[in-house]
Design a protein around this ligand. Sequence first.
Ligand code: GLN
Length: 192
Amino acid sequence: TPVIGVLALQGDVREHLIALAAADAVARPVRRPEELAEVDGLVIPGGESTTISKLAALFGMLEPLRERVRAGLPVYGTCAGLIMLADKILDPRSGQETIGGIEMIVRRNAYGRQNESFEATVEVAGVGPVEGVFIRAPWVESVGAETEVLAEHGGHIVAVRQNNALATSFHPELTGDHRMHALFVDMVRAAS
Ligand code: GLN
């Protein structure tokens, strides 16, 4: 059984731990480099990407995260987690850093005030229709040649994969539908 960590600096950690357990993984929170070293895969939750970035730096996690992702650790980022996996943010707050791993440019809070939070059915390649919960969500403005687009909504990219890195603008951990987590657990199994 794969052991999958959830980066537990800020955000909806608990919901991911529950979803991963439901998808037959052993799930545990990860805050320190020693804990990161022990997992076969890592989820980066939704929350606030500037805060996660600052806490990752403060906890000495930014470089260890970058190194392990570069070395092929399977990672799955939702919403703020997607932002953390982007090689580039279009409109970063000052001092905002990312881990990187997916060749893409993301736009934070892309849906604007009128539509800050909403739900929509999203067709995810290889998974099927998924109920997408978008909360002050980013979208992916553009992707590199190696990045696979898994879903679009309203003409914008909202789910991507590049090698061992998976990311969604929306929050499958909030719906009770564990297919996205199951897809990630399969990626972790295939990589271990
Ligand atoms: N708007 C948040 C950010 O920029 C993301 C929101 C979320 O994770 N639900 O980090």
